[in-house]
Ligand binder design. Structure first.
Ligand SMILES: N[C@H](CCC[C@H](N)C(=O)O)C(=O)O
Length: 294
């Protein structure tokens, strides 16, 4: 087994993703490797998508997702589009079924290059998020931050897209809130035993919203696909929007989110390749491919 594996540094509307090819190997990318890769400004990332051999007949790959702090995530919408683009470029195929720790994901690359991922059915039970205590109605839970009599953020909706999300609805521009200050406190709030991705969302039309996300295990990111899905279903559940919305990320990039009648959430958007190299899954040592050498 060679020491180094091929990787592609990519992004999904600004969400920084490393797609690592771990097929044909039994080892995994270590937390230490993830942390080391993230320390280097050239390979700083939000998630690593590690493509492993399939474990279940009928699936194309098992995908493991690591955050930049070395922790594992159950879902990553933007990263999944990057995996699709990488495998489509390699094989010419357009449809894929992936397995993750959270279950199966179907995805498709369209003629125009945009990629749709079926993130499955959202879950709203308090144990599904999970929350540390019972809330019967997760469209709005009791949680606030800021002065007790004038909270800055309060009463979020919560949802699981495989991973935990809290969505705080705001009236003002999403940039006018100090998410860098409140994000870490909310991510690690005792109400979230597995921590949570923290999003602020401003609904701007029945079919549009703008979000910013403090990601669990990665901090502020330029985009978060599963948060866009969680915000879209939560907006529809609270009658702020219909079931089909365009979500604008901090990067300015947009995702089309549709909560279908069969309860599945479909996210559509682009993916972009930046550069390729090889990395050591144990240590995170890496090297950029020499242009034109392949
Ligand atoms: N950027 C990802 C989400 C990563 C979620 C991760 N931070 C977690 O721990 O759940 C996305 O596009 O869906």
């Amino acid at each position: 087994m060679s020491v180094r594996v091929p990787f592609a540094r990519m992004n999904g509307i600004g969400n920084e993703i490393i797609v690592a090819d771990m097929r044909g190997r039994a080892d995994r990318i270590s937390a230490a490797a993830a942390i080391a890769i993230n320390v280097d400004p050239a390979t700083r990332f939000d998630q690593i998508m590690a493509i492993h051999d399939p474990r279940t007949p009928g699936t194309d790959a098992y995908v493991e997702i690591l955050n930049s702090d070395g922790s594992h995530a159950q879902a990553c919408g933007n990263g999944t589009r990057c995996v699709v683009q990488a495998l489509s470029a390699e094989t010419g195929r357009k449809t894929f079924t992936f397995e993750t720790v959270a279950g199966l994901l179907n995805a498709r690359e369209h003629e125009d290059g945009l990629i749709s991922v079926d993130l499955g059915k959202p879950r709203f039970g308090w144990q599904d998020i999970p929350l540390a205590e019972e809330f019967r109605d997760t469209r709005m839970i009791e949680l606030q931050i800021g002065p007790i009599d004038a909270p800055v953020l309060h009463s979020p909706s919560v949802a699981s897209m495989g991973n935990p999300h809290a969505i705080f609805w705001v009236d003002r521009d999403v940039w006018s809130y100090e998410l860098d200050r409140f994000g870490p406190l909310l991510e690690n709030h005792p109400l979230f035993p597995e921590r949570a991705n923290i999003t602020i969302a401003q609904v701007t039309a029945r079919d549009a919203m703008t979000i910013r996300t403090w990601e669990r295990g990665a901090g502020l990111t330029l985009a978060c696909g599963s948060a866009a899905c969680a915000a879209a279903v939560s907006a529809a559940r609270t009658n702020r929007t219909g079931r089909s919305v365009t979500v604008t990320a901090p990067s300015g990039g947009k995702l089309a989110i549709e909560w279908r009648d069969d309860d599945h959430v479909i996210m559509t958007g682009p993916a972009e390749w930046e550069f390729s190299g090889t990395l050591d899954p144990a240590t995170g040592a890496w090297q950029r491919d020499v242009e034109g050498a392949a």
